[in-house]
Design a protein. Structure first.
Length: 217
């Protein structure tokens, strides 16, 4: 799979794909995890031949020690973690990278919804040559849509939540009241100065429409 900035299919299209055929519980969890895991693709590649972008590739995560991908400069905080990634460590890290490894360079604010974390972990398990048996106590928890209980419900809420939560808390979005022009300027700044991946044109328009509608001046 391509990273967020290299994808060809618009994010909004991917978020609306929800397989029509009945799925097993595990397949449903993996499918939900792929949708939730779009935030990972903002900084990481997931294909077998993936390379370092903002962060190291996630393919083969189960087969290597923590903080060991050759060519990526890990923080000392993450280098101090022992062993390989497993479900429990991933759950703690995804919930709060800073709490898991105080001083980490990863600015991702974390995912508080345990059901969403369980889904992402199930999906990440498939990104290994020999998928590990990763499971968490939260696999039966309902998986909330990105942004649920934080952002105002509306068309393209999930798209906005996925794009914005890759870099900061969604609560920062709710504290704003900007015109569409100012939201556009802020989006340009995020891309040019903060390393945010450039959204597809259709996604960009949808993001700005949502933000100016629900968090406009």
């Amino acid at each position: 799979m391509a990273s967020f900035c290299e994808r060809v299919i618009p994010l909004s299209f991917l978020l609306n794909i929800w397989v029509c055929l009945p799925l097993s519980a595990n397949e449903s969890l993996i499918t939900a995890g792929e949708a939730q895991g779009l935030v990972c693709k903002a900084c990481h590649q997931l294909e077998a031949e993936g390379v370092v972008v903002v962060g190291p590739p996630l393919w083969g995560l189960a087969d290597r020690p923590i903080a060991s991908f050759d060519g990526f400069q890990y923080s000392d905080a993450l280098k101090q973690q022992q062993g390989k990634w497993d479900a429990d460590k991933l759950d703690a890290f995804i919930a709060s990278p800073e709490d898991f490894a105080p001083g980490t360079n990863m600015l991702f604010p974390g995912i508080k919804d345990p059901g969403a974390r369980a889904a992402i972990i199930a999906w990440l398990a498939t990104k290994n040559p020999s998928p590990p048996d990763w499971s968490t106590p939260f696999e039966s928890e309902p998986v909330k849509s990105p942004g649920e209980d934080i952002l105002t419900p509306g068309e393209n809420m999930t798209l906005v939540a996925t794009a914005c939560s890759a870099c900061h808390s969604l609560h920062l979005v709710t504290q704003q009241a900007l015109s569409q022009e100012r939201w556009d300027e802020l989006l340009v700044w995020m891309v040019e100065e903060q390393g945010m991946a450039e959204p597809e044109p259709s996604d960009r328009e949808a993001i700005l429409t949502y933000l100016s509608t629900y968090y406009g001046s």
